[in-house]
Design a protein around this ligand. Structure first.
Ligand code: ZN
Length: 163
């Protein structure tokens, strides 16, 4: 089976999309897209939206069923059916968000090319998020990021627009 080419910068050096901080992940998963102040974050949210919904759906379903079959027989008679279902559902939702929290950065790496383009369109380095405006390109037309040394072809850099 042919292996998928590893994500690289424009000089073929392996590169990964800058990881989101806990604060950014929180903002990204809890707020509406329009409320995220950072334009890049707002746009890249859509690159993994489908996978994120799938993760939430599968984990909620799995933990709901687990509780239903293995925990409810013990808790439902004590708590009552309604209260048991309420706790079951709440726990399932909480677990799904915890799982998504740990999966979000790996998921973003699977969309390397799409997310890299979103960063470059805003003249930001996909590898670290640094703003790459006002940096002269090298002889190979690559702009080298002063923060992480990733090299990006000047022609791929867009003009940052204020949100
Ligand atoms: Zn960089």
């Amino acid at each position: 089976m042919p292996r998928k080419a590893k994500p690289t910068d424009d000089r073929g050096v392996p590169c990964t999309i800058v990881k989101l901080s806990a604060k950014q992940i929180g903002m990204r998963s809890l707020s509406m897209a329009e409320m995220i102040p950072d334009k890049v974050l707002r746009k890249e949210k859509f690159a993994t939206l489908l996978q994120e919904f799938l993760v939430i759906f599968i984990v909620i379903l799995a933990s709901y069923l687990f509780w239903h079959f293995f925990i409810s027989p013990y808790t439902a008679p004590v708590l009552g059916m309604i209260f048991d279902i309420t706790i079951n559902t709440t726990v399932a939702i909480v677990i799904s968000f915890v799982v998504l929290y740990f999966l979000i950065n790996p998921l973003r790496q699977t969309k390397f090319h799409r997310i890299a383009k979103i960063y470059l369109d805003q003249a930001r380095c996909p590898g670290c998020g640094y703003t790459l405006t006002a940096i002269a390109p090298n002889e190979d037309d690559c702009i080298v990021c002063p923060e992480c040394n990733a090299a990006w072809n000047e022609s791929r850099l867009g003009t940052p627009v204020d949100s």
